[in-house]
Design a protein around this ligand. Structure first.
Ligand SMILES: Nc1nc2c(ncn2[C@@H]2O[C@H](COP(=O)(O)OP(=O)(O)OP(=O)(O)O)[C@@H](O)[C@H]2O)c(=O)[nH]1
Ligand SMILES: [Mg+2]
Length: 476
């Protein structure tokens, strides 16, 4: 460790203590992390949550909203000056404008501060310690779940990572392209930058193909979401077959190894240090329905990726992370299956059960860490209405909405989820190619055109329950 690092560490520590003291006694801050793999529904969730906390008419299950304890909510400047602000206004305009559409994909970490004015509850009044409303700041941090998967890289050296990655690549879509780009490359030869770039490009193309085919564990995470790191040396590496003899200085292998280590030190660690380590409450959004639609292998891959992601919340999982956190931990973790408005409410309990089963391994470990966890089926923005139709004497619980592709209205029957989640998870684990006796229809609805009454946020399913779990205790 360099002296600079030590000094830096000390200042950070002192600042941290000062901040938490003033926060506890004056204006408490809850740092809410929102994560999930790409397209899981993070942007829509944050936008709708904030809109519904500002206009609380549709939040009966959030006790502090229903009781009137929250008297006002405002967006305030965020505390971190170098983190992009979550573009709330643009996303809300997309969802609730006259031609509603889903917001664009977002590619990096962003932050938003919502400050709630809360009237002191019974206890505060009784003790006479507080008079007048106090302010609770909710700092919402949106970050890609792929970045949590990178934690596993910290335990690996370049040689080990290369070996594992090359093994995995063989069976995956896009893998053949990368392996053929590798043919003829001598890892012991002197570094030639265009060769390194060509390999990194082919490796990135493979990761993208695997992601599009529904695979979740496509690390290193920044290869898919490079942001401003695109083209930089930390993203210009790829796995190589280990040479039999020691490689000379300046060789392709040595340089790739150096860049892999730089990725860990300069990309992965700063994220955990600057963002992850400060989170108090976490919601992990999961597009479980999307994976079920994609088939058994996508479900199994999702289960594994989730277990891996949740590893980040487990103390002792990684020595470096453990020393960074110094015993600090996330207090509550919510696993939310998103887009539940694709199902009639009669099936929501089944989706929750699937979610619980999907996270069972991961949850057991997180529970062990002392964090309180819950699983729910939610829709941050309800795009459908329910409708029961009869055909041939049978009744079907459908959902009606505007189809994204055609712009036409339709009532669709999504298929019936099994009551026992094992009927999905077992075949997925056993490598089944298709669901045996069930069919799940893929559907994509556009957001519905809304006419909101004053005081009402956008329609949702159980967003108030999610907010109660995540924030309720801090709003008393
Ligand atoms: N019907 C329905 N669809 C949703 C809901 N939330 C998200 N979606 C769909 O899921 C897509 C992705 O949602 P986003 O919120 O952009 O997901 P994200 O996790 O921010 O995605 P990235 O920024 O690409 O990582 C949207 O474009 C919608 O098609 C919901 O509550 N209901
Ligand atoms: Mg997003």
């Amino acid at each position: 460790m360099r002296i600079g690092d030590i000094a830096d560490g000390l200042t950070r520590g002192a600042e941290g203590i000062a901040a938490s003291v003033s926060e506890t006694f004056l204006e408490p801050v809850v740092r809410l992390g929102v994560t999930g793999l790409s397209r899981a529904g993070k942007t829509v969730f944050i936008t709708s949550l904030v809109a519904n906390l500002m206009d609380r008419g549709r939040m009966p299950q959030l006790r502090a909203a229903a009781s009137g304890a929250i008297t006002a909510a405002h967006l305030r400047p965020q505390p971190d000056n170098t983190v992009p602000r979550f573009d709330y206004e643009t996303h809300l305009a997309a969802l609730t404008g006259t031609a509603p559409h889903w917001p664009d994909s977002t590619r990096a970490v962003s932050e938003l501060r919502l400050s709630l004015k809360v009237r002191p509850g019974g206890l505060g009044r009784l003790l006479g310690t507080m008079t007048g409303p106090r302010t609770v700041h909710v700092d919402i941090v949106d970050y890609p779940g792929e970045w949590l998967l990178d934690l596993a890289l910290l335990d690996k050296g370049y040689a080990g990572w290369s070996r594992e990655t090359l093994e995995r690549i063989e069976a995956r879509p896009g893998g053949a392209g990368f392996l053929s780009a590798l043919g003829g490359v001598d890892p012991a030869a002197k570094l030639d930058e265009p060769v390194a770039q060509g390999l990194a490009g082919a490796f990135t193309a493979y990761l993208q193909a695997a992601r599009e085919a529904g695979f979740s564990d496509c690390t290193p995470g920044r290869f898919l979401l490079p942001g401003e790191l695109a083209g930089s040396p930390v993203l210009t590496f790829a796995p190589l077959p280990e040479p039999a003899a020691a490689t000379p200085r300046g060789s392709l292998w040595r340089e790739m190894e150096r860049r892999f280590d730089a990725y860990k030190a300069e990309v992965v660690k700063p994220f955990f240090r600057e963002h992850f380590s400060r989170i108090d409450r976490q919601v992990v959004l999961v597009d479980a329905l999307g994976a079920i639609h994609a088939g058994p292998s996508a479900v199994e891959d999702l289960r594994r990726a989730m277990t891996e992601i949740l590893g980040a919340f487990r103390p002792g999982r990684n020595a470096w992370l453990t020393s960074l956190l110094l015993g600090r931990r996330v207090e509550k973790i919510l696993f939310a299956a998103t887009k539940a408005d694709h199902l009639h409410h009669s099936q929501h309990a089944r989706l929750t059960a699937i979610m619980q089963a999907l996270m069972r391994d991961a949850r057991r470990r997180a529970d062990f860490a002392g964090a309180e966890t819950a699983a729910m089926a939610i829709a941050a923005l309800r795009a459908t209405v329910e409708e029961t139709r009869t055909r041939g004497g049978e009744s079907y619980d459908c959902v009606r909405g505007t189809l994204l592709e055609t712009g036409r209205e339709a009532a669709l029957y999504p298929g019936e989820l099994p009551e026992d989640p094992a009927l999905l998870l077992d075949p997925a684990r056993e490598g089944a190619e298709d669901w045996l006796d069930a069919e799940y229809n893929v559907m994509r609805f556009a957001p519905a055109r809304l006419t909101l009454r004053p005081g009402e946020g956008p329609p949702h399913i159980r967003l108030d329950k999610a907010a109660e779990f995540l924030l309720g205790g801090r709003l008393k």
